[in-house]
Design a protein around this ligand. Structure first.
Ligand code: ADP
Ligand code: 5GP
Length: 198
């Protein structure tokens, strides 16, 4: 069983990416996985929320029932888990996702919320943590709306969560502004290169 205590700089590091919903995390992650300078593998999170149009079980998330999620949580299968956005939906990183990636020589990429990230930092102090921001609050709201996947009520809740999440940005090792996609991806690639060269 993993105690999560690997604090050496050699070998794979965890990459933790957070930022308010709509900042562009999923878009950035897709680009990074394709263009990373280190072997990077996305840890597929589990969630109790319903799939959005086009989302695939085992690819975007492991979509679990509330019962299955809570049983697996009680059994200690999660590295971290949290109820996100006050929505009643749970999200969590399965230990198996991280352990299997590391065993295969990959750097696990965790796209998780601020609560989850704080828990991961305690367990993996050498994790590379990146907080993704938009250039302004207006841009953030535009992107959230432009995706067109959430109701007004959900958007309002996510805007509220975003204001709280931004206060946690200082706890991350790096803050990256997702102004243009190419530039933001290049900056994170640079961070990974520098970490690998430590
Ligand atoms: P998140 O995963 O953080 O919730 P998404 O990746 O779904 O965010 O992005 C939200 C919306 O913003 C999407 O419509 C996406 O295409 C768009 N987007 C992401 N990055 C940029 C960028 N750098 N410039 C303009 N639009 C972007
Ligand atoms: P969405 O519903 O838009 O896919 O994700 C909503 C939020 O859940 C995002 O802020 C995302 O970072 C967070 N999230 C996704 N997976 C996990 C996870 O495994 N753990 C935690 N703590 N948060 C997650």
């Amino acid at each position: 069983m993993s105690d999560g205590g690997d604090t050496s700089t050699a070998g794979p590091h965890l990459l933790v990416l957070s930022g308010p919903s709509g900042t562009g995390k999923t878009t950035v992650v897709n680009r990074l996985v394709a263009e990373s300078p280190v072997p990077l593998r996305k840890a597929i999170s589990a969630t109790t929320r319903k799939p959005r149009e086009g989302e695939q079980h085992g690819q975007d998330y492991w979509f679990l029932s509330a019962d299955e999620f809570s049983t697996r949580r009680a059994d200690g299968e999660f590295l971290e888990s949290a109820e996100v956005h006050g929505s009643g939906n749970w999200y969590g990183t399965l230990k198996s996702e991280v352990d299997h990636a590391i065993e295969a020589g990959y750097w696990p990429l965790l796209e998780i919320d601020v609560q989850g990230a704080m828990s991961v930092i305690r367990q993996y102090p050498d994790a590379v943590t990146v907080f993704l921001k938009t250039p302004s609050a207006e841009v953030y709201e535009q992107r959230l709306r432009s995706r067109g996947t959430e109701s007004e009520e959900v958007i309002q809740r996510r805007l509220q969560t975003a204001r709280q999440e931004l206060q946690a940005a200082e706890h991350y090792r790096y803050q990256v502004v997702n102004d243009t996609l190419d530039r933001a991806v290049a900056e994170i690639r640079q961070i990974l290169k520098a970490t690998a060269g430590d």
